[in-house]
Design a binder for this molecule. Structure first.
Ligand code: HEC
Length: 281
């Protein structure tokens, strides 16, 4: 059976200060402008990656026996749209979730975005890219991967939750196939790279950033390591290490990624052990 992959993208576009053609005579670009430009690029990439992981983390929190309702959406896909708007108003960037097969018509990919999405489709190893809008603004696009946990709301049309069929009669964002079984080596490597980004020092930083964005606590001050209570990663970021992050290494496709993951898991365990020392002072 051919697996139809579906590509979605998060797109941020912005005008860089100092990028417009200037009247200044020197031909050599100003180093300060270049440094500023790469700092802005780094910020764009980090912000968009954190929006992306916000959804992945929340979708993974859907329990197998949970009834998927409008309330589930309140915590899974909705915060992504809200965060994108918030980021846009904080920064002046345009931030969009673009899809060819969209659910909310506001997210329909523009002509430029369709070209980007086609690039992601053609190259499974491509995770993100810098390009330009027709107006000459800098544009950053990042692939949105579909996980098994997304299928609760983006799976077969017949099994869509009622609130979706009612609210989006013209829904096209269904019948996604999860990237759970990537077929090509490139796709496997991309999936591994995404999973590696969720663990280690970067993973710890992201996990806490997500908790901050969701308004949840970093840890339970009465019982930080859930010794006498069930794990609850919707309330405590540290619980997410155990419910999800420590399970990622065994899901990796390649031996190289598994070897890298070992070191990253050590970093996280050391972090927990340091945290334990500090909270018991
Ligand atoms: C609880 C249900 C639910 C889950 C789970 C869910 N989504 Fe969504 N998703 C929605 C709804 C509803 C919308 C429409 C939001 C709107 O009106 O702006 C949406 C919109 C989107 C959009 C914006 C483009 C569009 O079609 O409007 C993307 C991209 C997206 N989802 C990707 C994902 C991914 C990737 C996952 C898994 C990591 C996921 N979703 C999990 C319900 C869900």
């Amino acid at each position: 059976m051919a697996i139809r992959t579906l590509t979605l993208a998060l797109v941020a576009s912005l005008a860089f200060a100092g990028c417009a053609p200037s009247d200044a005579p020197e031909a050599v670009p100003d180093v300060a402008v270049l440094n500023n430009q790469s700092a802005v690029e780094e910020r764009v990439e980090a912000e968009i990656a954190s929006i992306d992981s916000l959804r992945i983390v929340q979708a993974a929190s859907i329990q197998a026996d949970e009834e998927v309702t409008g309330e589930t959406f309140e915590r899974v896909c909705k915060p992504v749209g809200i965060r994108a708007k918030q980021l846009a108003s904080e920064t002046g960037w345009t931030v969009r979730q673009a899809a060819v097969k969209y659910r909310n018509p506001a997210n329909e990919a523009s002509a430029t975005e369709q070209v980007l999405i086609a690039q992601f489709e053609a190259d499974p190893a491509l995770r993100d890219l810098w390009s330009a809008t027709p107006d000459g603004d800098r544009l950053y696009a990042r692939r949105i991967n579909v996980d098994a946990s997304c299928l609760a709301c983006h799976g077969a049309q017949e099994s869509q939750p009622d609130f979706i069929t009612q609210k989006y009669p013209d829904d096209r964002a269904h019948s996604f196939s999860a990237g759970i079984a990537p077929e090509t080596l490139e796709a496997k490597v991309v999936q591994d790279a995404d999973r590696l980004d969720a663990i280690g020092a970067i993973g710890v930083a992201r996990c806490f950033a997500t908790a901050g964005a969701m308004g949840s606590s970093l840890f339970d001050s009465d019982d930080p390591f859930a010794e006498n209570r069930p794990l609850d990663d919707t309330r405590f970021a540290v619980d997410h290490f155990t419910t999800k992050l420590f399970k990622l290494p065994e899901m990796l496709n390649t031996a190289a990624a598994r070897a890298e993951a070992e070191g990253r898991v050590d970093v996280m365990r050391r972090f927990l052990s340091d945290l334990s020392t500090e909270v018991s002072v």
